[in-house]
Write a protein that binds this ligand. Structure first.
Ligand code: C2E
Ligand code: MG
Ligand code: MG
Length: 602
């Protein structure tokens, strides 16, 4: 039986939460150690009583002489192996232990001996309040008082005074242990859902991992995230959010497999411990749970304990599976295949680490060629790997795409870019536009437009000054969902740029049908315009094309004054490149824009 099932009905007595379940502190280990220790001490007390008996061994009942050391031995055995026996064993131990104590008290040769033996019932009462639900504990308390009363009446030599004092002592011990056990439990309980909280879960996880390592049984864990929970909270209020969390707890608790532990990990995250299930079985079980919540979308990462795994590693792998699910569109469960490449694993850590974890967004100025004035900035992601140093974005963006992390990376870039662009504009008093690079996979995620709009709303960055940069390869892929996403964003006032134009195979007809506002001419094309007259003529026709399609041309990778002059002469309106400014952190850009109000490289 799992010691740690929560979420059942509970009621409050004098501000204390009384539930029908055993205290959460009563893990198999705690039960075994405590019951074993108290049983052994009971045996030891009996041995001492026997040895100290006034008439010597001969005066003591042979049964007592035999049973005292046996009880000690039993106690030691329970301490050692008791965590492997079912909970029923401990019920039997306490029920029969009380009867045994009663019998010994009855046959004790002296009154003092009888009272001393009866005092051992304090152990039984402590145990029952520590191990069992209050109803059971109260039952054992009644058994104990009845046995005590019977002993006192049958012996007839025990004075009422000491017997009553003993009874009060035992009741007091039971009460204190009961309150402490419940208090300890409430520290690991989530008040909103009645489930275990993260602390309780971590304790249960440690026990489960140790058990799994010892028994060789499989163990899986899952992390659950409610989809769009923040939106529910924001649009329908916190009461609706709270109700949603309670609904998950209510629906799932009765459906859990035996021994499973469901906990609220914090916020809208739940965690699930699935002892006895391997990864595949855990995934199936999670799918059943997800299906039982038709109105609530959930994303779940599942991992199975592998040999050598610590509890923390198991949860980290469940977390990275959840990460994948979230970055690839949510509403699914996925089993961690242990399969990130080393660099992707480091990227996951950087993404999870927040500021200071090596990921950053730099900004490169985009200028109007006619006057050299900065008109906008392009957000470019940067990653400084803890060992390798700076990793080129071309490399880690590709890894993020291949290993399912692009959604998370994109979310990071969008949030930082919009926030920093806003402070850049506020600090410099300029109305700049912001361009953000978006990967095709990211754009293909059904939630993409909503997520971008949510970031704009959160950061207060205007949609009208936001440009989404997509590459030609995406244009070639021509996924209808991507195109729909671009249309949706444009309806909300955002603009679209085709990046790296002139590198790949450009399908002109697609340029006509795609919702586009800017064409960004690739570095490699720009670098040749001053060395090849054919390229210069080609540029002129690209200009004409842009004009015909009502697109604004931005020349990228402008490094020399000559390139800038050629582009200006041909009528290219905008440019970007080292000549005007390198990609740099926002505070450096603020400083340079404030120092040089109209920085121009011409
Ligand atoms: P891109 O969007 O075409 O970005 C322009 C690249 O040219 C940047 O490289 C920039 O640093 C570099 N550049 C700018 N001016 C000059 C110049 O004058 N000369 C030369 N040689 N290069 C110049 P970076 O930052 O290494 O980015 C490479 C590519 O990685 C980007 O190309 C973009 O496709 C991708 N990328 C960067 N940030 C992100 C991001 O946040 N999300 C996504 N999905 N992709 C990104
Ligand atoms: Mg770009
Ligand atoms: Mg480009």
């Amino acid at each position: 039986m799992g010691p740690l099932q929560c979420g059942r009905p509970a009621f409050d007595v004098l501000g204390m939460r009384i539930s029908w379940t055993a205290p959460e502190v009563a893990t198999p280990r705690v039960i075994a150690r405590t019951a074993g220790l108290l049983t052994a001490l009971g045996g030891l007390a009996a041995v001492v009583l026997v040895l100290g008996s006034p008439g010597g061994l001969a005066a003591v009942h042979p049964g007592v002489v035999a049973i005292a050391p046996v009880t000690m031995g039993l106690g030691v055995a329970i301490m050692r192996w008791g965590d492997r026996v079912p909970r029923g064993f401990f019920h039997a131990l306490i029920a029969s232990g009380l009867v045994g104590i009663g019998l010994f008290a009855l046959i004790a040769p002296t009154i003092d001996g009888a009272v001393a033996v009866l005092a051992l019932t304090a152990f039984a009462s402590m145990n029952s309040f520590l191990f069992f639900a209050p109803v059971w504990a109260a039952g054992y308390l009644v058994e104990l008082l009845v046995i005590g009363a019977v002993v006192v009446v049958l012996r007839g030599d025990v004075a009422i005074g000491p017997a009553v004092v003993l009874g009060i002592l035992v009741l007091g011990v039971a009460g204190v242990v009961g309150v402490l056990a419940r208090r300890a439990a409430s520290a690991s309980e989530d008040a909103l859902t009645g489930l275990m909280n993260r602390r309780g879960f971590d304790e249960a996880l440690d026990v489960a991992v140790r058990t799994a390592v010892r028994t060789g049984e499989p163990l899986s864990a899952a992390l659950v995230d409610l989809d769009h929970f923040k939106m529910v909270n924001d649009t329908r209020g916190h009461a609706a959010g709270d109700e949603m969390l309670r609904a998950v707890a209510r629906t799932w608790t009765p459906l859990l497999p035996p021994g499973a532990v469901l906990a609220r990990h914090g916020g809208d995250e739940f965690s699930l411990l699935l002892p006895g299930l391997d990864g595949g079985q855990a995934l199936a079980s999670v799918e059943q749970l997800r299906a039982a919540l038709p109105g609530i979308g959930t994303s779940v990462g599942v991992a199975e304990l592998e040999s050598g795994d610590s509890a923390a590693q198991l949860m980290r792998r469940a977390d990275s599976a959840l990460y994948r699910v979230k970055s690839l569109g949510r509403g699914r469960s996925e089993l961690d295949a242990g399969g990130y490449s080393p660099l992707a694993r480091d990227l996951v850590a950087a993404l999870a680490g927040g500021p200071g974890s090596g990921l950053a967004v730099h900004f490169q100025p985009v200028v109007t060629l006619a006057d050299g004035e900065v008109a906008g900035v392009e957000a470019l992601v940067r990653w400084t790997h803890p060992d390798r140093g700076p990793v080129p974005p071309g490399e880690f963006v590709a890894i993020a795409e291949q290993e399912g992390l692009i959604g998370a990376l994109g979310a990071f870039v969008w949030a930082v870019a919009c926030r920093d662009a806003r402070s850049l504009c506020e600090a410099t008093g300029r109305e700049l536009f912001l361009t953000v690079n978006v990967s095709g996979l990211e754009l293909d995620d059904a939630d993409f437009p909503e997520r971008v709009l949510a970031v704009l709303a959160e950061t207060g960055w205007p949609a009208e000054r936001t440009v989404v940069e997509v590459t030609e390869s995406l244009v070639e892929a021509e996924s209808t969902r991507s195109v729909r996403a671009l249309h949706a964003l444009r309806e909300h006032g955002l603009q679209v740029a085709i990046d790296d134009f002139g590198t790949g195979y450009s399908a002109l007809s697609r340029l006509d049908t795609l919702p586009t506002d800017y064409l960004k001419l690739d570095n490699s094309f720009v670098s040749t315009i001053t060395t090849s007259s054919r390229r210069a003529r080609l540029l002129r026709s690209v200009m004409a094309l842009a004009d015909a399609l009502d697109l604004t041309l931005i020349a990228e990778g402008v490094e020399t004054g000559e390139q800038a002059r050629t582009l200006t002469a041909l009528g290219c309106p905008m440019a970007q490149g080292y000549l005007f400014g390198r990609p740099q952190p926002v505070d450096e850009l603020v400083a340079s824009l404030t120092a040089l109000p109209a920085a121009a490289g011409l």
